[in-house]
Design a protein around this ligand. Structure first.
Ligand code: CA
Length: 752
């Protein structure tokens, strides 16, 4: 033991207890292993400050209720586990605290596992004040959990988890063995920070159980946590077991819902959902038996359908374990829904989901309708939900709702930041007055900063003027910092190597009154390659492809050949792109396999003489529903003489776990486009598409195919000259094709 470096003894004050607990201070992994062999109840292993690279930390042993075995840092926040690192906890009464996982990823299925192996699961153990910061596997579809809870009576509290970009639940409670059921785990006071859109199933922040074990009781408590921008997929939390409690959590700007997906007897109480007007923000989705949803507050939520502020689903008669059990005996009371888009009852009704809710009660809920559309959407018979003393405040547009008492009270913001009616007669209606939304300072750790807002283009405020000539632009791009702007003078720039972009960068042409703006030519197959952390804005430029070589996969902008962890943004405004003709498939933007753009935006731009597509977001080949772009906007632009479509977006598979893709193509002039590809616009599996006010001439047809979900496709107010009518088809849905077509003008001439 003397080899351990510094070892010191701490006397325990009470004579009745054993004489001392030991503290093993360790400086490297071999010292750690030696200390681990000796720890007993009440001892602590203290990791020296600094970086612990490739450290697969394992701790097990028998602590006692008042004498846990502890693993902690010399100073909280000053011990970093990097590279291929992980933590596994077996035994009982073990406490781990104060570690930071960053700059790497777990080589295993979890970053933190509450088990050492199948035969040694943790009991009565605790992980607190641990940070996991962007510790994601490099390939976004190489999956893991950041935290796997096994065993019983474990606590995961005051931790900070931010930026999981790969597939797999952030925190999973597993019920796959007898000793992990009826577990009584407590998950509290954690900061679940931004989790970007995954673009596929498997982006839940918490999942408790799985459909396979959903008949077992978990009894897990999730309370006093903050979920900030948890946007991974449609389920923020997926409860898939019996008897779980979700209490006093704050859901902030998070897309999706707390979903009672499988399992019965949940209690969802006193949670606060603040969407702040962000797309797809939702509240609570109810499925299964004997669920209680009480005293929750929902404001500013923009989700509809399955991500409504409140959704009570229709079920499948005699449902298989992995489908939808009918809602039976639900109690939904004293909740407030204000400034939100939708409440859906008997949601998802279909030939398969034909069993409406039964034996259920909604009472003393407060609904405040403010939007232009109806707040309620009722998709099937709701006579199985007894409506008692529910109050509606607001506009007549909500009149098609269920039987509600109409009131005219004003909503006033109280000291707790939430809205309540000013009418004393409504005292007992809606969410309780004593709710206290969690504050960011109450969750996670004080010593690790919570992330701020997404960085904007030009955020650094630095503008670099780039001189005309050869390679000046590429050199300036390499030298620029995150959020900088490169300003190009009118005249010619030639780029001889591909700009590898790993930062947020704007390339902008200076205003040039009588002269043409800056023109960029490039002699490699691509001008820009988007890498990890790369976001690109192009403005007021001309890009000419005449010097590019003939190469497979030519594209002005492409992603790396490797999957990217981070979602990227590309904005093109006031840009003219021409002469991409050296071969038959020269694209403007190609998004490769395993990459996801949060947004691609093209405005006020012109594209002419291009052999390929303008936006190719169709790299998926295996139909897992892993698409390449969440929002695509192509607005007020001109397209002439394109072999490919102006956009090809592909979202395959039949999974229902994502919101996107979301495509807007409006106000464009489209001439002689898509003859090589057979389509001027090609969308498959897009969830929301608006194609409006475009003028198409002598072009191939618009082709749209729906796969799953409830796609919304609108094709309106377009003119078609020498262009066939749009072709819209349903690949899985039996019934009339779901498309709104209106105000389009067709002429009969065949395109030539
Ligand atoms: Ca899911």
């Amino acid at each position: 033991m003397l080899k351990l470096g510094i070892l010191w003894l701490v006397l325990v004050g009470t004579a009745a207890l054993p004489l001392h607990a030991e503290e093993y201070r360790v400086r490297d992994q071999s010292e750690y292993v030696r200390a681990l062999k000796q720890v007993r109840a009440g001892d602590a292993i203290i990791l020296a400050n600094g970086e612990w690279h490739d450290f697969e930390l394992v701790i097990t042993g028998k602590g006692m209720p008042d004498k846990p075995i502890m693993v902690r840092p010399e100073e909280a926040g000053k011990v970093f586990l990097t590279g291929q690192s992980s933590l596994r906890i077996g035994g009982e009464h073990i406490h781990v605290s104060g570690l930071v996982f960053k700059d790497g990823h777990s080589p295993r299925g979890e970053v933190i596992a509450f088990r050492r192996g199948k035969d040694d699961v943790a009991r009565n153990s605790r992980v607190t004040e641990v940070v996991i910061d962007r510790f994601s596997k490099p390939d976004r579809f190489d999956d893991d959990y950041w935290v796997g809870l096994y065993g019983r009576n474990n606590r995961f509290d005051h931790n900070h988890l931010v930026g999981k970009t790969n597939q797999g639940v952030t925190l999973a409670v597993r019920l796959d063995s007898e000793e992990s059921r009826e577990n009584g785990h407590r998950i509290d006071h954690n900061y679940f920070g931004p989790r970007p859109v995954l673009g596929s199933n498997g982006g839940e922040t918490i999942r408790i159980g799985t459909s396979q074990y959903s008949m077992f009781r978990s009894g897990t408590i999730v309370e006093n946590n903050v979920f900030d921008r948890c946007d991974g997929e449609v389920e923020i939390i997926s409860s898939k077991s019996n008897g779980n409690v979700f209490r006093e959590n704050l859901f902030l700007r998070s897309r999706g819902t707390l979903t009672l997906r499988h399992g019965d007897d949940a209690l969802v109480e006193r949670n606060v959902f603040l969407g702040q007007g962000k797309d797809y923000t939702g509240g609570i989705r109810v499925i299964n038996r004997n669920q209680t949803v009480r005293g929750n507050y929902m404001e500013g939520l923009r989700g509809t359908a399955f991500s409504s502020a409140l959704t009570v689903m229709n079920g499948v008669p005699n449902s298989p374990v992995n489908r939808y059990v009918q809602v039976d005996d639900a109690l939904i009371e004293t909740n407030t829904v204000v400034d939100s888009t939708r409440v859906t009852l008997a949601g998802g009704a279909s030939a398969e989901r034909s069993a409406p809710p039964v034996n259920s009660v909604m009472r003393k809920n407060l609904f405040v309708a403010s939007g232009e559309d109806a707040l309620f959407r009722i998709e099937d018979d709701i006579s199985g939900i007894a409506m008692q003393s529910n109050v509606l405040i607001g506009s007549a547009t909500a009149s098609e709702g269920p039987s509600l008492e109409r009131k005219a009270a004003k909503m006033v913001r109280a000291a707790n930041g939430l809205l309540y009616p000013d009418d004393p007669a409504l005292e007992g209606i809606g969410a309780p007055r004593d709710l206290k939304p969690m504050e960011l300072s109450q969750v996670g750790v004080a010593w690790y900063a919570k992330p701020g807002e997404e960085e904007r283009f030009g955020a650094s405020g630095k503008v670099h003027h780039v001189t005309l000539g050869e390679d000046t632009l590429a050199l300036a791009a390499d030298a620029a910092g995150h959020g900088d702007v490169l300003m190009l003078a009118p005249g010619d720039y030639v780029v001889h190597w591909t700009i590898g972009l790993d930062k947020t960068l704007t390339i902008r042409g200076a205003k040039a009154d009588n002269r043409s703006p800056a023109t960029i030519r490039f002699t490699r197959p691509s001008l820009v390659e988007l890498r990890e952390g790369g976001n690109l804005q192009l403005a007021n430029l001309t890009i000419d492809g005449e010097l590019a070589p003939d190469s497979v996969g030519n594209a002005v902008i492409r992603t790396t050949a490797f999957p990217l962890q981070s979602n990227m943004r590309v904005e093109i405004d006031g840009v003219s792109v021409r002469n991409l003709t050296v071969n038959k498939s020269f694209n403007v933007l190609t998004l490769g396999k395993g990459t996801l753009a949060d947004r691609v935006s093209i405005r006020n731009s012109a594209f002419a003489d291009i052999s390929g597509a303008v936006v190719a977001a169709d790299s998926e080949t295996d139909d897992y529903g892993r698409y390449n772009v969440e929002y695509l906007d192509i607005v007020d632009s001109q397209f002439a003489n394109l072999g490919g479509p102006i956009a090809t977006v592909y979202r395959g598979g039949t999974d229902e776990s994502t919101f996107g893709p979301f495509v807007t193509i409006t106000g464009n002039a489209i001439a002689n486009v898509g003859k090589t590809a057979g389509a001027s616009i090609l969308l498959q599996g897009v969830q929301t598409a608006e194609v409006a006010r475009n003028a198409l001439a002598a072009s191939a047809p618009i082709r749209i195919a729906h796969t799953v979900g409830t796609p919304s496709t609108r094709v309106s107010d377009n003119t078609f000259a020498g262009t066939p009518q749009p072709e819209v088809q349903e690949l899985n849905y039996e019934g009339p094709v779901r498309v709104q077509m209106s105000g389009n003008v067709f002429d009969a001439k065949d395109p030539k």
